[in-house]
Design a binder for this molecule. Structure first.
Ligand code: 2HG
Ligand code: ZN
Length: 415
């Protein structure tokens, strides 16, 4: 189904609810936890025709946007109005606003501006019974009851279908600079990132290992970015009204354990440096579709996690390879494992339990979807999961909205 308006979404849901037909909402289909894929013949509600894009409100720095608009189109509309939508991710030209809200997407600048939840001022969504919940005023202050926008953000299509949102926009910095920095080892990279996240112009701190860099160079036919080898790399993005290049160069010159760096200010060279980071997902896919884990740990546990993960993986699935990269300023690492074959679930189980033991989360920014729900109990108590089920029951009593996502399967025979 490809509805083109909120009324059409309402009509479809009303019918499905009456007939007990399960529905999976779908946006750009860029999710990494199976969240937009039907598992058992559910009806796919493709929301990409919801293309509402109101004029940007420059005074209140906000815009009302339909669920089907891509992140890239939203970013361009904001830029045309001299403003900026401050969630950004590599899949920007395919990922849709609705999908990024449903999954509370984090992305590259989470460190500075927070994730999607922090940008949502108002929401329009359709309940399973077709009732339209619309609260799009987008006021900076609005204490008038339950914060439905916040509840739907990250609900992965299980409570209502998001059709539009009012999003906050920020000022557009006049200048930006990007650095790619090589470090002797992961500990030095994480130590530098931990101190650089306090520099107010720094917006992104992206970490990856030498194996990942070598892979992306081969896959994308890129030159090695720095002379010599490093044990870990950071891509650092800085922006502000004053040119941040000198500050960035000074940071890079003073950090301990730095073995090489490149700093770029013009757009083409900045984009070229970002390719080493943004090309990673597709380079790893080129090896084989990997087991994907998206975890956060306290930053103090990050070096240990990155060091231990390949060892743990090898014990469970000898010969499998672990590729790691992520948003180090948030303690968020993407662990991608290739070659685990029929041991993939066992690898996921071992790593996710390890992450939980470190005080981390089994999903930092990709959500739970259908792929991770069996591990939700590692980080959410029985009382919390029961509360999730009660909320779901209140908003979707017939269980037609994305029945296989987020909530763990109920064991046969249990309540
Ligand atoms: C990123 O940070 C995305 O590039 C994708 O969250 C992560 O491919 C992945 O595992
Ligand atoms: Zn990410």
């Amino acid at each position: 189904m490809r509805p083109a308006s909120v009324d059409e979404v309402s009509g479809v849901l009303d019918l499905c609810n009456d007939h007990g037909t399960a529905v999976v909402p779908q946006g750009g289909n860029t999710g990494l936890v199976g969240g937009s894929v039907p598992l058992a013949g559910e009806l796919v509600l493709d929301l990409r025709r919801l293309q509402r894009l109101d004029p940007v409100d420059r005074t209140d720095r906000r815009v009302v946007v339909g669920a089907g608009v891509t992140l890239g189109d939203l970013q361009r509309a904001a830029a045309d109005a001299g403003l900026r939508y401050r969630v950004d991710l590599a899949a920007r030209d395919t990922a849709t606003v609705g999908g990024t809200i449903a999954t509370n997407a984090g992305g590259l600048a989470h460190l500075r501006f927070g994730g999607t939840r922090q940008q949502v001022l108002g929401i329009e969504g359709v309940r399973a019974d077709g009732a339209v919940l619309s609260h799009l005023h987008g006021l900076a202050k609005d204490n008038t009851g339950y914060d439905v926008a916040s509840l739907l953000c990250g609900s992965e299509g299980t409570l209502a279908v998001i059709t539009a949102a009012t999003l906050t926009l920020g000022p557009r910095p006049r200048a930006a600079a990007t650095a790619l920095v090589g470090f002797a080892d992961v500990a030095a990279a994480v130590a530098a990132a931990t101190s650089w996240r306090d520099v107010h112009t720094v917006e992104a701190l992206e970490l990856f290992g030498p194996e990942a860099l070598a892979l992306v160079c081969t896959a994308e036919h890129l030159q090695r970015p720095l002379d010599g080898d490093a044990g870990a790399y950071l891509v650092v993005e800085a922006a502000g009204d004053e040119d941040p290049a000198d500050d960035l160069a000074a940071l890079v010159a003073s950090g301990a354990g730095i073995v090489g760096s490149a700093v770029a200010t013009d757009r083409a060279r900045r984009t070229a440096l970002w390719r080493y980071r943004e090309g990673l997902t597709s380079a790893i896919n080129g090896v084989e579709p990997p087991l994907k884990l998206d975890v956060t740990v306290p930053i103090g546990a990050l070096v240990g996690l990155v060091t231990d993960a390949p060892v743990l993986v090898d014990r469970v699935a000898p010969g499998a390879r672990t590729w790691w990269f992520g948003h180090v300023g948030d303690g968020n690492v993407h662990l991608n494992v290739t070659g685990s074959g029929d041991r993939a679930d066992a690898v996921a189980d071992r790593l996710l339990r390890h992450v939980a033991d470190l005080g981390g989360s089994i999903s930092a920014e990709h959500g739970i979807g259908t792929a991770k729900r069996q591990w939700l109990h590692l980080v959410r108590s029985a009382a919390e999961i029961d509360t999730f089920r009660r909320l779901k029951g209140a908003m979707d009593p017939n269980g037609v909205l994305h029945p296989h996502a987020l909530l763990p399967e109920v064991e046969p025979g249990s309540a």
